[in-house]
Every structure is written in C-alpha cells, then in structure tokens.
Write a protein that binds this ligand. Structure first.
Ligand code: SF4
Length: 343
C-alpha cells in the first residue's frame, strides 16, 4: 500500500512514531523534517544534512510526503491587512486574515467551513455549516501565510470561520503542532482560541493544562434575552452557565479572559447594556474588546455612532473594566469581525 505522510496534521510525537514504524527512523529525523518544513518552508528538505546522508530513506520519504492541503487562490489587501482565500482539496474554500500589529503579524485562522452556531451578525453563519477542518488544513493556513505569502506570523487567533470548540480535537492538535519549538514555534501565550460560549469546550480546555493559551469569549449581550436573540448558543448555555465555567477556569497568575463585544446600534448598545455587562463581568479578570458592527449582507443591523461607542466604553471603564475600542481594519475587503464567508 502506498504510504502517505501529512506532516501538517501530525504532532512531533505522531511523526516520530510514523517514521519509526514505517522506516525504522525516529526523533532525529522527525525533528529535521519539522524544521525543514515549518521553519524553512519545505523547499529543500533533501539537501538537509540529516537526509542527504540517508539518500535511500529520503527517496522513499519524499514519495510519501503530501504537500500543504490547500492552495491560496486569491488575496485581498486593505492597507497592511491581507485576507486570503484557500481552496481545499475537496474544492471548498476558507478565508484567513493576516492582521498587522505593532510588533508582529497575527493570523486569524478558520477552524470550519461555515459554522453551525447561527450568530445573527455573522457572514459565516449565513453560509451554513459545510464541514470541520482537519488539523492539516488548520496548520496549512499558517504555513501558507508564512511560506507562500511570505508574512512573519507570530500570533494566531482562532477567530476565523467556524466555532473552534465544535472542532475541538483537530484544533487542539493544531495548537500542539504550531507550538512545537522544532517547527512553527508559536508560543501558547501567542495563541488565542475564541468561542461563542460553548461551555463544554471551555471545560475541556480547562482540563488540558495549557494555562498560557488565551481564551476569548464572544459575548455581545449582557443578559440572556439580548444574547439569545443574537446568539442561539446562549439558549443551550446561558450566561449563568458561561460564568460558572469561567469562574472555574484555571487562568495563570495575572491572566485575563478576552471578551469581544460587537456593538450594534439599537440592539445592545444602550448604557443599561453597558452597566449589565459590567455586572456580568465582575469579578472576572477581563480585557474587553469593543468592536463596532461590521455590515453583513442579509442583516439590517447598523454600526453605532462613534459617540455611542465612546459612551459605552466610558460607562464600562467607570466600572473598572479594561476596555479597548477596536476599529475594524479589514472592513473594505470583508475581513472584519463577523464578515468572513462571502465566498
Ligand atoms: S460568530 Fe463565530 S461562532 Fe458565531 S456564527 Fe460566526 S463563526 Fe460561528
């Protein structure tokens, strides 16, 4: 039977086991393969000393290695921000966004094609759910951003298409692959998993002993009525259940939760909402990102005025909440928060 090795979907341990079982090799060659693929882009693996000295092994291995699972089909730019569309092997497409930050670039990766969660401000929700991505397809987005498009990526946020906790195992294996110092070398504190509030996912992550990974919650409503109207997930796991899971979550010392709140005119932007949000947050350590609603075809929501956004933020700040106002950098290319999926 023909051997296939998809290094993008294998942790270093899994790759080591595969090389041991299939070729009688081990960690030495697995680390070299990780280094050549993930650090150097995989163009010249055969010339690496570890493989040059075992030509027969390399000839067999080369036949088994599969290329990155996804081809960058289109890129769109808005200033320094780049959105790229990847066509997967089965023809489906996903979007990823490279966001320039002060010191390094962040890559917003997708974890599913479409999404089941149905948030009523989100373009991805309007696509419906097609399927979850494999670990290889998630890691492939990082590989393509770095080596196909040539961007220095240091931060990963799982905030693209899909709900990461609805694809828990593939996402956590991708975290393991991306975190390996022998390969992609992205520190856990530079990775953020964003959930719409899937409580069992928060509880599973809590048990994984990865305190440095950052957890973001898309909150968007400070009471169950407002939140359930925007986010059907709240009917399964209402705010009390969400708060309980966060109370029990093992944050590292001085760690914070990241809360995302998309401000929608006339829906969740009243000062009463801000005060209720402050009550919900207390006493959790939270950094709140306040984001004006980005227009999505099919919803008639509107963005709040700058003044409303300022007053909302001020009300929270007065209650002791740390607030950051975020203006979407990618609105013009539909790469803003909630806009992915118009493909
Ligand atoms: S906001 Fe996130 S969880 Fe909600 S529908 Fe969109 S992709 Fe899914």
């Amino acid at each position: 039977m023909e051997r296939i090795i998809d290094i993008f979907g294998l942790t270093l341990d899994q790759l080591t086991r595969t090389l041991r079982n299939d070729y009688g090799k081990g960690l030495f060659h697995a680390e070299a393969l990780y280094r050549e693929m993930f650090k150097n882009g995989g163009k010249n693996i055969g010339n690496a000393p570890e493989f040059k000295s075992s030509l027969k092994f390399w000839t067999e291995l080369e036949k088994a290695l599969v290329p990155v699972s996804g081809k960058v089909e289109e890129t769109f730019k808005a200033g320094e921000l780049v959105k790229f569309i990847t066509r997967l092997r089965d023809g489906l497409k996903i979007e990823s966004v490279i966001i320039p930050m002060t010191r390094h670039n962040t890559l917003c990766v997708s974890s599913q094609v479409g999404c089941k969660m149905g948030c009523r401000f989100c373009q991805t929700a309007r696509m419906g759910f097609k399927r979850s991505l494999s670990t290889s397809e998630i890691v492939g987005q990082v590989f393509n951003a770095r080596h196909t498009l040539g961007h220095d990526i240091k931060n990963i946020v799982f905030m693209g298409m899909g709900e990461p906790f609805d694809n828990f195992d593939a996402v956590m294996t991708a975290v393991n692959v991306l975190n390996s110092q022998k390969g992609c070398d992205i520190a856990l504190r530079h990775m953020t998993i964003s959930t719409c509030g899937v409580v069992p996912g928060i509880e599973r992550l809590a048990q994984m002993n990865l305190p440095n990974i950052r957890l973001a919650i898309s909150i968007n409503g400070p009471d169950d009525d407002t939140r359930s109207a925007l986010m059907p997930v709240n009917r399964h796991w209402p705010l009390a259940a969400l708060k309980k899971s966060l109370d029990a979550y093992p944050l590292p010392p001085r760690g914070v939760f990241l809360f995302e709140y998309i401000l929608i005119k006339g829906v969740n932007d009243a000062m009463d909402h801000a005060r209720a949000l402050a009550r919900f947050i207390h006493p959790l350590p939270v950094r709140l990102n306040l984001i004006p609603y980005n227009p999505v075809t099919g919803f008639d929501h509107q963005s709040p005025s700058d003044e409303q956004m300022h007053d909302f933020a001020q009300t929270l700040t007065d209650k002791g909440i740390f607030v950051i106002k975020r203006w979407s950098k990618g609105r013009s290319v539909s790469a803003g928060c909630g806009q992915l999926g118009k493909i």
